[in-house]
Design a protein around this ligand. Structure first.
Ligand code: ADQ
Length: 753
């Protein structure tokens, strides 16, 4: 790590909640620590020595946990900045209600945790979610500097990366999701506009992190199916930006938990509790109160264990710590009642005068008491039905100083992937929980030590500091220029081009059509040239210094029809035939075309089978189009068809080309390079410009002199010298070039049209 770079760098952490809650009272303002997995993890990060290896300064932007009166806002702002390096985002109680209690916790939370029946789809919630994301963006835009690196956290702020990207195209943005990302079938339950905006919101980031590879994969699949962007090994290119998606499993502050477990006061507390419970073995469970945590399932599993194993009655106690959470949401209130009833039922069924099977506490514990609980418990029983990670599992392991203890963990928790030495259970099956508990209670000490030791070694190495530095190093080392491999068409390249263009006498201008001069349309006949494009081409063509040619996959008839009357030349069907302006069509090379008839039925079969696909028959080629097909199905069918065609055409001299949502079959030896050479041989050009977006345009770039101003539209790999973002940027450039001529001709008294 380059320390000089680290010294100069500032990281802006953004999360829904700041690490403290501001409480306004008559005697002034007080700051209290906030609870929860994200706040705990981020607080640990900022105080870890690792954080200093990435950046010299960290600031935190978020909601201060309460509605702050207008008269106190200035004071909160200056104290938050001076004492904590934080920028508060002020939200009214009502704003927060529909945002947090509404969209975040009644729509996204249940859906992303696979509880679709709890999810509400309310337009007001959505509007408020957007409004709060806008408010975060506004506060950030005031606070950040252009060279800051921004790290946005969690499901509350999924629109924020895009909002920031729009205002600051060059700033580095990372996003980390702390909860699961669901599979497509669940995610698609969101209304179409919302789900698209959420994905686009996230894609504003340069790096998008999840706890597990599965979540990353589900996200990429949703992006592909809903927006149509395909990825390669977790990398996406969106316009000219390269985005990376990956798994960064969050760790805990291992040292903090193991050190605390060794402290005298913690050990004393632990011993006092053990004494109070007599000989009983302790099973511990710790969670926020949430239906995703499987608290009821756990109770049923414990009940089944007592039922099936009478020998354990009187000898085991379940301590269940539940932290109050999301008070005021009906699903949560109802659950609290159910938990209390079930605890009462089990205690009533099995309890005796001297033994209470379940000790239930509904409150938050101070850190040292929590560690004392971890340290005294023989078993930790964690049964979430879905959990992004579950840090409690890791904290329990870290607090086991003598390495005794057994972790029973749900396979639905992200942490199960990193803790295979736990007894992994499916929480939906109470018998499985019961059986796992019995194994845990009876596990020989030697085996316990082996398992805990293996898990501790892993958690010690990959702790929260490592998690954050891995993410941040990946984020800061992602070179924003990388996507364009230094091929950005910057101001100096632009002025050089304009200068050379002005000075030149003989210019060759070669343009591909689809994806270059016009955006792709769902079907080829819809991609007609706009009046603006016709005006630009007309103007460029009219200049006698310019030889302007369209070199495209389109057929002759379409070119004649659409560009009739313009002084432009044509290269049709990828340059197999060319027509100079004012001349006749010439076929550059004659081929045997018998194969067309033989292959057509295969293409048609695939078109019939795949809704949205169709076959285009051109004079010299056949094209199978799948732009309008469901992206995943289209990709699979295209792969299958390519394999099929490759096998079928092994003995004939044709090429099978995968273009942008098309498969094109044409004779080998046809390429745009031949057309480019045709025009190059006509005159001695002192300025050559070529623009294209597809693989077929690479042949054209290859055939042109090194000094050519060659442009690739979009940021995929190319031999062109520069990138342009999209057809609208192409038109802007061409309009400028046409304008040069218009200026020159007006000076010399000529008309440009
Ligand atoms: P949470 O749903 O909050 O976090 P979790 O990862 O278990 O879940 O973190 C809970 C935190 O609260 C732990 O650090 C724990 O020590 C603390 N805690 C729990 N019970 C407590 C008690 N009774 N008293 C005091 N403290 C208590 C979200 C996601 C998780 C993800 C984290 C981090 O839902 O899946 O692991 O973010 O990304």
């Amino acid at each position: 790590m380059n320390t000089a770079a680290a010294e100069a760098r500032r990281i802006v952490v953004v999360s829904n909640r700041l690490p403290f809650t501001v409480v306004e009272a008559d005697d002034g303002i007080a700051f209290q620590d906030s609870a929860g997995g994200v706040a705990t993890g981020l607080r640990a990060l900022l105080s870890s020595p690792d954080s200093q290896s990435v950046a010299s300064e960290y600031v935190w932007v978020g909601w201060p946990g309460s509605t702050i009166s207008v008269q106190s806002q200035e004071q909160v702002k200056s104290r938050a900045l001076a004492e904590f390096g934080c920028y508060p985002v002020f939200l009214s109680g009502q704003d927060f209600e529909n945002f947090y209690q509404g969209f975040c916790n009644k729509t996204i939370w249940p859906l992303f945790h696979y509880f679709p029946s709890f999810a509400k789809y309310d337009e007001e919630y959505w509007a408020q979610y957007r409004k709060v994301n806008d408010a975060f963006s506004a506060t950030l835009l005031e606070a950040i500097r252009p060279d800051d690196t921004i790290w946005v956290h969690d499901y509350h702020l999924m629109l924020l990366p895009h909002l920031l990207r729009q205002a600051l195209p060059q700033v580095r943005i990372g996003f980390f999701l702390h909860i699961p990302f669901p599979q497509f079938e669940i995610f698609r339950l969101l209304p179409a506009a919302w789900r698209r905006q959420i994905l686009e919101g996230l894609l504003g980031a340069d790096l998008i992190g999840f706890h597990t590879h599965d979540y990353a994969e589900y996200f990429l699949r949703c992006v592909q199916r809903i927006i149509g962007y395909e990825h390669r090994l977790g990398r996406l290119v969106v316009k000219d930006r390269r985005i990376k998606v990956g798994a960064f499993p969050m760790g805990i502050d291992f040292k903090k938990f193991s050190d605390a477990a060794g402290r005298v006061e913690v050990q004393k507390e632990s011993e006092a509790l053990t004494k109070a419970l007599g000989e009983s073995k302790i099973v511990l469970s710790v969670d926020r109160q949430d239906y995703s945590k499987g608290i009821l399932h756990r109770l049923q599993g414990f009940e089944a264990m007592l039922h099936m194993n009478p020998e354990w009655r009187g000898k085991v106690t379940l301590i269940m710590l539940v932290v109050p959470s999301r008070i005021g949401i009906e699903d949560y209130e109802g659950m609290k009642k159910q938990i209390e009833e079930l605890v009462g039922k089990i205690n009533g069924r099995f309890g005796t005068i001297s033994w209470v099977p379940i000790i239930y506490q509904y409150r938050s514990l101070p850190f040292h008491s929590l560690v004392a609980m971890y340290a005294m418990s023989h078993v930790a029983l964690l049964t979430p039905l879905r959990d992004g990670m579950n840090l409690v599992a890791k904290e329990y392991v870290a607090a086991r100083l003598d390495k005794s203890g057994v972790l029973v963990l749900s396979e639905m928790a992200g942490s199960a992937k990193e803790l295979p030495e736990a007894i992994i259970i499916n929480p939906n099956n109470r018998e499985e929980i019961a059986a796992a508990l019995k194994i845990a209670l009876e596990m020989p000490l030697e085996e316990q030590v082996q398992r805990i030791d293996a898990m501790q070694n892993r958690l010690r190495r990959y702790d929260v500091g490592r998690w954050a530095t891995d993410f941040l190093l990946e984020l800061v080392s992602a070179n924003p220029e990388e996507a364009s491999q230094g091929k950005a068409f910057n101001a100096s390249a632009r002025s050089e081009l304009m200068r050379d263009f002005r000075r030149s006498e003989n210019r060759l201008l070669l343009f591909d059509y689809d994806g270059t001069l016009v955006p792709f349309a769902s079907s080829p006949e819809l991609a007609v040239p706009s009046p603006r494009l016709l005006r630009i081409l007309g103007s460029l063509g009219d200049n006698p210094r310019n030889e302007t040619a369209l070199v495209t996959g389109r057929d002759r008839a379409t070119l004649e029809r659409w560009f009739h009357g313009l002084r432009v030349s044509f290269g049709a069907e990828h340059g197999i035939c060319v027509k100079d302006w004012g001349g006749d069509w010439q076929v550059l090379k004659y081929f045997d075309l018998d194969w067309k008839e033989r292959l057509l039925p295969t293409l048609e079969t695939y078109a019939d089978r795949v809704p949205g696909a169709f076959v285009e028959q051109k004079e010299f080629s056949l094209v199978w189009h799948y732009r309008a097909v469901d992206p995943e199905q289209g990709r699979a069918a295209a792969r299958e068809l390519t394999d099929h065609l490759l096998a079928f055409t092994a003995n004939i001299d044709v090429q099978i080309l995968r273009g942008s949502k098309v498969i094109e079959i044409r004779n080998a030896g046809v390429n745009k390079g031949a057309a480019a050479r045709h025009w190059l041989s006509k005159r001695n050009f002192d300025f050559v410009l070529a623009i294209g977006d597809d693989t077929t345009d690479e042949e054209m770039f290859a055939a042109l002199p090194a000094a050519t101003y060659s442009f690739h539209v979009g940021a995929s790999r190319t031999r062109a010298r520069f990138y342009l973002r999209d057809p609208s940027e192409v038109l802007q450039l061409l309009e400028e070039l046409a304008g040069v001529y218009a200026d020159a001709s007006s000076k010399s008294g000529r008309s440009s049209t």
